[in-house]
Design a protein around this ligand. Structure first.
Ligand code: ZN
Length: 424
């Protein structure tokens, strides 16, 4: 079972080299299950018993099912579609020393820089063209599906300090090599060909680097899975699988995957935006429910904010809290933080624990060491727009924000079961 799930997760990760592809792949899974796509810029026709989804900016997606009969609250599971990477700048080509063409990139999110060196990379994202017939803007997803660029390290002979801790300047150290001089003025043509559009028709783009290395299931008995973007596509994948399998009869069930978490969520499609609020209130309006109904339901609802968590690292066991020590394949991690960067509190922890205990799903806990700041996630940010009981959870992983992260093959299944239970 774990193997089947890991294979399916591997496929999803490999087919989702950018946040746009992740949203597109989820969209296909939903269409296959007879979900109807709604558009924010068109009138909605929705009814009790229906199943729908809506996207914003091609990178955030909210799917929901409405129970046949009157319901008393919402079950929302939120994760994020984006991962730390490098964004291709406008006018990307840099001719260097009359012999090389490099690409000019900037940081997207807080990545570990070192593992981006010396491995085949490529480019994926979207381009925007104008349809000649209707004059409307059309988004085309693009994946240059071959080894295209690489960020070469500086030889140890030229930096004897390389193994004594390195500071990376993105503008100086992290620019990928694209070709020799013959490659001049061909980069956007390469992108256009991959997107099957004319280069001259591209009016805008959001293009990112991605690691070409395929997912791997490894270890003494195949207990580990490694790939890029496990944070947070492992949770997004488990949320969708559980959402599709769950019964969804008692609550308004909402599977929500948001972009921009790695850059603070402050975009029109991120957790700080009105996307979730707009979608929920629009559903209530269409069902003839009042604003007071919405508020009453909200008070009786629960959100799972699912974003991967740090497992105890075998080489740095001292970096973990002394009494909250999550391990790979040890189960779902509930995340706590007194400053409420994670919005788990006694109540939401109790609700989630009770559910997992009943379903016999293993749980672990994560709290930062008191002398370490730790990260943040989307739960508390989303609560500024839609405030409800929220538990922050994640799956234990190593090497978070590396382009090749590591997690456990059993844990994905635990979260799928928890999501299924949650949406029951
Ligand atoms: Zn994350």
């Amino acid at each position: 079972m774990d193997h089947t799930i890991s294979k399916k997760l591997s496929r999803f990760l490999e087919q989702s080299p950018s946040c746009f592809h992740a949203a597109e792949n989820m969209k296909h899974s939903l269409l296959e299950k007879d979900f109807e796509q709604l558009h924010e810029n068109q009138k909605w026709q929705i009814t009790a018993g229906g199943r729908y989804f809506v996207t914003r900016s091609d990178s955030s997606l909210i799917a929901f099912t409405i129970p046949e009969h009157a319901f008393s609250g919402m079950r929302i599971m939120a994760s994020h579609s984006d991962s730390p990477t490098f964004k291709i700048k406008e006018n990307p080509e840099l001719e260097t020393d009359g012999h090389y063409i490099r690409l000019n990139v900037e940081r997207y999110g807080g990545m570990l820089c070192a593992p981006w060196f010396d491995r085949p990379l490529s480019v994926a994202g979207r381009v925007i063209v104008k349809a000649p017939s209707s004059g409307t803007f059309v988004t085309k997803l693009v994946n240059v599906d071959r080894d295209l660029v690489l960020i070469p390290n500086l030889a140890i002979h030229m930096n004897r300090e390389a193994n004594n801790g390195c500071k990376y300047n993105v503008q100086k150290d992290m620019l990928p090599l694209y070709g020799d001089l013959a490659a001049k003025d061909t980069f956007m043509k390469t992108v256009a060909d991959a997107a099957q559009v004319e280069e001259a028709d591209i009016l805008g783009h959001d293009l990112f680097l991605y690691n070409r290395e395929k997912a791997s299931i490894w270890g003494a008995s195949g207990e580990f899975i490694s790939c890029g973007r496990l944070d947070d596509l492992q949770c997004a994948f488990a949320s969708l699988e559980g959402f599709l399998a769950g019964d969804k009869k008692k609550y308004l069930a909402v599977h929500c995957v948001l972009d921009s978490e790695e850059v603070g969520s402050g975009t029109k499609q991120g957790a700080a935006s009105t996307f979730l609020y707009d979608t929920l209130t629009r559903i209530y309006d269409h069902l003839g429910l009042t604003r007071e109904d919405y508020l009453i339901h909200l008070a009786d609802s629960l959100m799972i904010s699912a974003d991967n968590a740090h497992a105890v690292h075998p080489n740095y066991t001292d970096k973990a809290d002394p009494s909250n020590r999550p391990y790979i394949n040890g189960g779902i991690v509930i995340k706590f933080n007194a400053s409420q960067k994670y919005c788990t509190d006694g109540v939401s922890a109790a609700m989630f624990r009770d559910m997992c205990r009943t379903a016999d799903i293993p749980l672990q806990t994560f709290v930062n060491r008191s002398d370490m700041a730790g990260g943040s996630t989307l739960g508390n940010i989303s609560n500024t727009q839609v405030a409800l009981n929220t538990v922050d959870i994640g799956l234990p992983q190593l090497a978070m924000h590396s382009p090749y992260e590591t997690a456990g093959v059993k844990d994905t299944g635990y979260l799928i079961r928890a999501a299924q239970e949650f949406f029951r």
